[in-house]
Design a protein around this ligand. Structure first.
Ligand SMILES: [Zn+2]
Length: 283
């Protein structure tokens, strides 16, 4: 990691009137929850490894399972990436790096780690949903319910060895239509997302207020899986604000389009190392 880049980052953070953090899967991976991590998968999902899967990514969008199998996997997954996570050292470090500066977060991650690590919940936009909510699969209505009571029933009926649900009564059923349910996260066009509109409105108002001021965009780990969610909006905002600067930290894709290159710092490297070094002031 180039020291000049870290020093420039420190100056930009210090001098900015507002910081927009754009977070992608790379940030959560750096925080220890990597959906491609085979070792962690073997440890947390041993029964699913026996069934031939190697990584959590292998089960994203998977359809060929019974409800008892599906919810057995999901109960284990929700416990691992959501309910057992509270404070996370990397997010805590990022939180103290930002301090009490004027900040808004836009994240494609659905684990709510920003919420859990002290960021202002009124200033987080998470358009890909949250593991904390559940919806009708169809959906029959625009409602998302709190996941916890559904999760508790699942967890009580989870066979810890086979990692499947052993009681059909524990399988979530839509309170409105009696149909199947799914976590309130975006996997296709059926996600219920009306309840995220107020977050989006707050972000747009915050950006309006930044007009003419020094805006720093901190892009942490947004890649090309779903570039329209974080990566491209971060570039567009950088381009359209006169007094903006973009810092993009990414293990593989730290590049930016040519028209914003003059106001961007591209750091190809590990996010935790970046946060650590920036916290120390680039010294
Ligand atoms: Zn329904």
């Amino acid at each position: 990691m180039i020291n000049e880049n870290i020093k420039d980052t420190c100056v930009l953070i210090k001098e900015s009137d507002g910081i927009l953090i754009g977070a992608g899967a790379g940030l959560t991976a750096a925080a220890g929850l990597n959906y491609s991590d085979r070792e962690a998968f073997a440890r947390v999902f041993p029964a699913w490894k026996r069934r031939g899967f190697l990584r959590q990514y292998d089960l994203v969008g998977y359809r060929n399972w019974t409800p008892l199998e599906m919810w057995g996997y999901w109960a284990t997954q929700l416990n691992y990436v959501y309910y057992s996570q509270s404070t996370n050292p990397l997010y805590q470090k990022l939180r103290s790096l930002i301090g009490d500066r004027n900040c808004f977060v836009m994240t494609s991650n659905v684990d709510e780690l920003f919420h859990k690590n002290g960021f202002d919940t009124q200033r987080i936009y998470s358009p890909q949903g949250s593991y904390g909510k559940i919806q009708c699969t169809i959906p029959c209505c625009q409602q998302a319910w709190d996941m916890k009571p559904f999760f508790d029933r699942l967890n009580n009926a989870l066979d810890p060895v086979e990692q499947i649900i052993v009681d059909e009564a524990a399988v979530p059923v839509c309170p409105n239509c009696g149909g199947t349910m799914f976590p309130n996260v975006r996997v296709d066009g059926s996600m219920v997302d009306g309840h995220f509109a107020p977050q989006r409105e707050r972000l747009l108002r915050w950006l309006e207020d930044m007009n003419g001021k020094k805006l720093l965009l901190l892009d942490l780990g947004s890649g090309y899986n779903t570039p329209a969610v974080i990566r491209l909006p971060m570039e567009r905002i950088t381009d359209s604000f006169a007094n903006s600067a973009l810092i993009r930290v990414n293990m593989e894709h730290a590049d930016v389009p040519r028209q914003i290159a003059h106001k961007s710092i591209c750091i190809k490297g590990d996010i935790s190392e970046f946060i650590e070094q920036t916290s120390q002031g680039g010294t």
